[in-house]
Write a protein that binds this ligand. Structure first.
Ligand code: ACM
Length: 486
């Protein structure tokens, strides 16, 4: 909910500018300092300025004011800019971090470059009061179909942080690969992670790698939601352990792109030993509240078995103190109290999802024909799929998450918005960036801004202004002809 009061003189960042933070002893002062150091690190390469962080002086001030919570909530902030400096105030560290992203957006785009650029570096004068519409603003990366390294994930996290995303959903397992080391079932990663779509070498995260991703995301105020997809999408696990198969025979590893052919063996007790061990080890690595258990496209699992499986899998997640997220097929089983359903349909009209939402199951919206970043923009897009249609920039942006579901689902049932990037055709950071930008910026606006501020006509101009910023960041984005690029 951004209220912007423009006016007054701008502040200019110069070689004399410092960043002021609360004293070290102050509550949450450490988090403010971390964000100040992050801001300095973002601005230093292009400006060439030192931007020292200090608790006694500095024209750019990060101020924690717990009393602001009523006005801006846990993630909002106030930013005031004038001739004397810039003050970002927030009730919580996350708000300071989001305010810093707005400060970046107020600076000329070349500030994002990693080599020295010509200034000046003005910040327009004015006052902004801003907080998000939805609490869950997520991007998903499928690291199972193609594996992405820790460094590649960090790069994407940094790009998402600029748009105030607060959640990173990692699709860690699928038919083509198991990407996280599980100590009690070591073959999952060592064998099940040894290839990927197309037959390349794949890979997996050690627990230390994974902790590094989680910590890096946390430093950008993003919570990782890990997904282990079950009972379908499990060929990599089934190939790794013969006993997980109903017939006791391990299938070969799979490097194609079909879906719906694999299933855990629902009647076998060892299946739940497996799920328990995996969820326990994953919960130990997960500071955030959520564990995603998939549940989509279980076409090889009889429906009664699917319902029985999801019942037990949800109970296991609960036993380790975590909240379940499942793809919206969970609504056709029995979602436990508090479980979140992630909607990936294209109509908003599935009755069982509508009923579940009205009965208290919160929804994360990722309609495939709007937010799926792996859909081609148009027929000629060299990457991506098209089963949900072509998703041009306007198509991806021009909808309202609060009014999307049919059947009287109220906005209060919507926890947030996610932009998933499936990786059947995506194998490099350049690929990620070409498919995510510009569309990830639009999903972020839908998650953050109030309904009254949405609208294609204004958005395409705001979006156009991002082009030079992405160029400075080295992001090779899709230059849609729908957007009047600057
Ligand atoms: C999905 O796209 N199968 C969730």
């Amino acid at each position: 909910t951004a209220a912007v009061a423009p006016g007054g003189s701008p502040y200019e960042i110069t070689a004399e500018t410092g960043i002021r933070v609360p004293p070290v002893g102050a509550a949450a002062g450490v988090a403010a300092r971390t964000t100040a150091a992050y801001l300095a690190a973002v601005l230093r390469p292009a400006t060439g300025f030192e931007l020292p962080v200090d608790s006694r002086s500095g024209d750019v001030e990060l101020r924690l004011r717990p009393g602001l919570k009523k006005a801006v909530g846990p993630e909002g902030y106030e930013l005031t800019s004038g001739g004397d400096g810039v003050v970002i105030s927030a009730a919580r560290p996350a708000g300071l971090f989001h305010g810093v992203q707005t400060l970046r957006q107020l600076l000329p785009p070349q500030v994002e470059a990693d080599t020295p650029q010509d200034g000046p570096w003005p910040v327009a004068g004015g006052r902004i009061t801003d907080e998000p519409r939805f609490a869950y603003r997520s991007a998903m990366l499928d690291v199972a179909r193609h594996f992405f390294t820790v460094e590649q994930v960090k790069r994407y996290v940094d790009q998402l942080a600029l748009y105030k995303y607060n959640t990173l959903h990692l699709h860690l397992t699928d038919d083509q690969g198991w990407r996280l080391a599980i100590d009690s079932w070591p073959n999952l990663a060592e064998y099940g992670g040894s290839t990927q779509v197309g037959g390349g070498p794949g890979g997996y995260y050690t627990k230390d790698d994974y902790r590094e991703i989680v910590a890096y995301a946390a430093s950008r105020h993003m919570t990782v939601v890990p997904e282990v997809d079950m009972p379908g999408h499990t060929n990599a696990a089934l190939a790794s352990y013969a006993e997980l198969n109903c017939d006791g025979v391990a299938p070969p590893l799979y490097t194609g792109t079909s879906v719906g052919f694999s299933s855990l063996c629902v009647p076998k007790e060892v299946t739940y030993d497996f799920v328990d061990d995996v969820v326990r080890e994953l919960a130990e690595l997960t500071p955030g509240p959520y564990i995603h258990i998939g549940g989509d496209e279980a076409h090889s699992t009889p429906h009664d078995e699917y319902v029985a499986f999801m019942e037990r899998a949800q109970a296991i997640v609960g036993a380790y103190g975590k909240t379940v997220v499942g793809w919206h097929q969970l609504a056709g089983a029995h979602p436990v109290e508090g479980a979140v359903a992630q909607y990936w349909g294209t109509t908003g009209g599935e009755q069982e999802v509508i009923d579940a939402a009205k009965a208290g199951t919160p929804l994360v919206l990722s309609p495939a024909n709007r937010t799926y970043l792996d859909m081609k923009y148009h027929e000629g897009t060299p990457l991506g799929l098209s089963w949900a249609g072509y998703v041009e920039v306007r198509q991806s942006y021009d909808w309202d998450p609060g009014a999307y579901m049919r059947g009287g689902v109220p906005e209060s049932a919507i926890l947030g918005v996610e932009a998933p990037l499936w990786s059947e055709t995506i194998s490099t950071s350049d690929h990620i960036e070409f498919m995510a930008f510009p569309r990830a910026a639009g999903a972020a606006e839908l998650g953050w801004s109030p309904a009254a501020k949405l609208g294609w006509d204004g958005y395409r101009d705001r979006l156009a202004a991002q082009g030079p910023r992405w160029e400075a960041m080295g992001i090779d984005f899709y230059r849609s002809t729908q957007v009047p690029w600057d």
